[in-house]
Design a protein around this ligand. Structure first.
Ligand code: ZN
Length: 333
């Protein structure tokens, strides 16, 4: 049989599960139509948000459909019964990850903002200049605390261990296990400065491990995972760069579930969703175990499907059901 699952559009859950102290870590992958906004609700009740989606419709159109993603985040927060975001991590300062901060802080209080330091790249639609923070981010810092992290740092989220494994193009210094998938990998053209600067984190809850590397480019993924795998094994992997082609080295993380943030509307997508799901599937399958829909990893439960947004890739490359489900959640005991 051909591999098994790959990129999983997850499942979801529901209302009842979140908030306040509970025994579960809940991860909500909020559909921002090609951006990223992932809400983790710790068993302690603390909230950790990785990126905040777009300001408006998308990066070139921040003034259309203004506040769309912040409204979706606020909607999910309501479902999760959380009333504030304790920590927001901006993986990097591009519009699809960081554009929505002003709208978010209008809707929900944010206690601490974490990033890699000032922008490394101009972003006119965010009124952002290299070497500075945009006005929206500077204003957000004034409402809460601000921390800059480097590889090896931890981010304080009660009930979870959050470790920075990558930032500003540099991986964490730790030994790791030799990675057998490194020998034939070729470097490629460097990515743009902000993607390269992406903050990558591993979130650990008990034996469960979740990884998110923002839009970390190909060459930095090699530095992080070769010759030794400095990340270790991962249960749920929110695939770097919206499901760009993973390096062969990534299979050493052996994620049981991969989530792709690439739910652009079909008309603007040109089939990329399907292609990227195939690529992630091809690279990550066959190592350890991949689970198909209906056979989620032990301890991950599906409670409810809500609208559309994440992607499900199945056993057969020819048959990739594109699940339309907004605001999926992984529920981990
Ligand atoms: Zn991106």
């Amino acid at each position: 049989m051909r591999g098994t699952l790959a990129a999983l559009g997850l499942a979801v859950m529901m209302a009842g599960a979140a908030a306040g102290a509970s025994k579960t870590l809940d991860i909500y992958f909020i559909d921002t139509e090609g951006g990223q906004a992932t809400l983790l609700v710790s068993p302690s009740g603390e909230t950790f948000m990785i990126d905040v989606g777009f300001a408006g419709l998308d990066t070139p159109n921040p003034d259309k459909d203004v506040g769309r993603d912040a409204a979706r985040i606020a909607g999910v927060a309501k479902i999760a019964k959380v009333t504030r975001i304790d920590t927001v991590l901006a993986t990097h300062f591009h519009g699809d990850h960081a554009g929505g901060i002003a709208h978010l802080t209008e809707r929900l209080p944010v206690r601490t903002l974490v990033d890699h330091g000032p922008a490394t790249q101009d972003a006119p639609t965010m009124k952002q200049k290299a070497g500075e923070y945009s006005e929206d981010w500077a204003a957000a810092f004034a409402k809460g605390q601000h921390k800059v992290v480097t590889p090896g740092d931890t981010i304080a989220v009660k009930g979870l261990n959050v470790t920075v494994v990558e930032a500003l193009g540099k991986p964490i210094e730790r030994a790791g296990e030799p990675n057998p998938n490194c020998s034939s990998i070729q470097k490629r053209a460097d990515g743009n400065p902000e993607d390269t600067a992406s903050v990558g984190v591993v979130v650990q809850y008990g034996r469960f491990r979740f990884a998110n590397f923002g839009d970390l480019p190909w060459n930095q993924e090699i530095l992080l995972l070769c010759p030794n795998n400095r990340v270790g094994g991962i249960d749920v992997y929110e695939a770097a760069g919206h499901g760009r082609e993973p390096t062969p080295a990534a299979s050493a993380m052996a994620p049981r579930v991969a989530v792709l943030d690439n739910a652009a509307p079909q008309k603007r997508d040109g089939g990329r969703r399907r292609q990227s799901a195939r690529r992630v599937h091809r690279e990550l399958r066959g190592h350890r175990q991949h689970d198909a829909r209906g056979a989620l990893p032990e301890g991950v439960s599906e409670r409810r499907r809500l609208l559309h947004g994440v992607q499900l890739a199945h056993e057969r490359d020819e048959d990739l059901p594109c699940e339309a489900s907004r605001h999926p959640v992984i529920h981990w005991r």
